[in-house]
Design a protein around this ligand. Structure first.
Ligand SMILES: NC(=O)C1=CN([C@@H]2O[C@H](COP(=O)(O)OP(=O)(O)OC[C@H]3O[C@@H](n4cnc5c(N)ncnc54)[C@H](O)[C@@H]3O)[C@@H](O)[C@H]2O)C=CC1
Ligand SMILES: O=C([O-])CC(=O)C(=O)O
Length: 334
């Protein structure tokens, strides 16, 4: 039984994510923090007949500190979402500072908590959290995760559509590696639990891959200025948080793709760096979760030449995104 905290809990993702966590029997306490509306969201959720005790906090009266005290898992969907025509990197200007300040709160109040970062651009916001924790001398790479589960959820859903049986979607597992924006998102369909049809053409594979890489844009366009994915993200965020909480409670054999610091498991991380041909500090890959967080970083395994090409395209962009996050905390210029 764990205490979960959502930072940005009154937002489009925060509210349905808080609902799903309130319905999770493994959550004993749920603290909701935002700059607005959390007392109302908490009062509303508190009437649901599940065990989790819900409280809402605002910045006044040390609200962040109160929300974070005793936290086991902190999920961060705070920040602005995209509008049509924007990239995730365009959000950096606003979200980098928001994430840095929240990370400072966590590093001070709950340095041992598992931190799950949803706020975009994830490729850069995760390094920001790490750098803040380093500044406070409390960084444990095993406890920091970028949430890339929505890419995995999309890969399952879109594969099921291609296979002509949407009922398969929940059981389809496709590793999605790299990062969480555009070409840094690399679905490995060759390793899917449910292989694509034998006669699936190279151009169809390219189209399916592009759909996963730019699935977020599909939602941004459809919402037409009203934001980006919220409900599917809440579902994905709750899925991943549940995995982390189960591992924290001692359940074994939980493996999920997530964006991690590759020093979290030196052996696995070094092997992965060799595979991608670049010494990046962060990468999303299958990770085995344990009671201390990252237990083992899995390498990518056998890739097709198409997938190798995708990785080679992803690496330079990821490197730029990582450097941008790191240098923001080292020398804030914005
Ligand atoms: N990792 C992923 O796969 C995905 C990430 N996202 C990202 O999640 C973030 C949130 O998206 P939405 O919920 O749609 O946005 P939203 O605007 O609906 O909600 C964001 C919430 O954050 C709050 N907030 C702003 N500054 C804050 C601060 N300093 N402390 C606490 N709360 C603060 C706002 O008041 C608001 O309630 C965006 O950056 C978006 O790009 C969205 C979808 C998928
Ligand atoms: O596209 C966006 O901006 C939100 C996001 O990260 C996603 O839906 O994958």
């Amino acid at each position: 039984m764990s205490k979960a905290v959502v930072l940005g809990a009154a937002g489009g993702i925060g509210q349905p994510l808080a609902l799903l966590l309130k319905c999770n029997p493994l959550v004993k306490e749920l603290s909701l923090y935002d700059i607005v509306n959390t007392p109302g969201v908490a009062a509303d959720l508190s009437h649901i007949s599940t065990p989790a005790k819900v409280e809402g906090f605002l910045p006044a009266d040390d609200g962040l500190k109160k929300a974070l005290t005793g936290a086991d898992v902190v999920v961060i969907p705070a920040g602005v979402p995209r509008k049509p025509g924007m990239t995730r990197d365009d959000l950096f200007k606003i979200n980098a500072g928001i994430v840095r300040d929240l990370a400072t709160g966590i590093a001070t109040v709950a340095p041992k908590a598992f931190v799950l970062v949803i706020s975009n651009p994830v490729n850069s916001t995760v390094p920001i959290v790490a750098e803040v924790f380093k500044k406070h001398g409390v960084f444990d790479p095993k406890r920091l995760f970028g949430v890339t589960t929505l890419d995995v959820v999309r890969a399952s859903t879109f594969s099921a559509e291609v296979l002509g049986d949407v009922s398969l979607a929940p059981s389809i597992s496709v590793p999605v590696v790299g990062g969480h924006s555009g070409v840094t998102i690399v679905p490995l369909f060759s390793q899917s639990s449910h292989p694509l049809p034998k006669d699936f053409s190279e151009s169809s594979l390219q189209a399916l891959t592009t759909r996963v890489q730019f699935g977020g844009d599909e939602v941004v366009k459809a919402k037409d200025g009203a934001g980006s994915a919220t409900l599917s993200m809440a579902y994905a965020g709750a899925e991943f948080a549940t995995k982390v909480i189960k591992a924290l409670n001692g359940e074994k054999g939980i493996v999920a793709p997530t964006y991690v610091n590759l020093n979290a498991d030196k052996e696995g991380g070094d092997a992965l760096k060799k595979e991608i041909g670049k010494s990046l500090d962060y990468f999303s890959t299958n990770v085995e979760l344990g009671p201390e967080g990252v237990a083992k970083i899995h390498t990518l395994g056998k890739l097709t030449s198409f997938e190798q090409g995708l990785i080679q395209t992803a690496v330079p962009e990821l490197e730029t995104n990582i450097t941008k996050g790191v240098s923001f905390v080292e020398t804030p210029k914005l």
